[in-house]
Design a protein around this ligand. Structure first.
Ligand SMILES: Cc1cc2nc3c(=O)[nH]c(=O)nc-3n(C[C@H](O)[C@H](O)[C@H](O)COP(=O)(O)OP(=O)(O)OC[C@H]3O[C@@H](n4cnc5c(N)ncnc54)[C@H](O)[C@@H]3O)c2cc1C
Length: 88
């Protein structure tokens, strides 16, 4: 990424403004998308395959679920797995 593109991205992330004009329909409220690639994670320990000792859990992972419990379940399950592995 060029310095110009990086600067533009930083500006969007830190200073972008949005006007709220209403809300969408129920089941349409996806909040995040993207995150750490699942192929880079050992699911038994939630440890990074790239950086040993670094564990991930929850919404920082590239898992998108329809709202209604799937995101919570993913956060709790991966958090438990990561916590168990880190405690060992
Ligand atoms: C309005 C709304 C409604 C939702 N409804 C649902 C639903 O009905 N069902 C469902 O399954 N999911 C729902 N979700 C999604 C769900 O809440 C998230 O997927 C889940 O909470 C993610 O958990 P997490 O622990 O990964 O992240 P978070 O709950 O975001 O926890 C991250 C924590 O890290 C802390 N933190 C951030 N930066 C730092 C730092 N530098 N140092 C220390 N701490 C830091 C934050 O303060 C926060 O406490 C909803 C989300 C929103 C916003």
């Amino acid at each position: 990424m060029s310095n110009q593109a990086l600067s533009a991205l930083a500006g969007q992330v830190t200073a972008a403004e949005f006007q709220v004009v209403g809300k969408s329909l129920f089941k349409d409220e996806f909040v995040t998308c993207g995150g750490v690639r699942l192929s880079e994670i050992d699911f038994k320990t939630m440890q990074s395959r790239l950086v040993p000792g670094l564990h991930f859990a929850g919404e920082v992972l590239d898992i998108d679920g329809v709202t209604g419990g799937f995101n919570f379940q993913a956060a709790w399950t991966t958090g438990w797995l990561a916590g168990q592995a880190m405690a060992e």
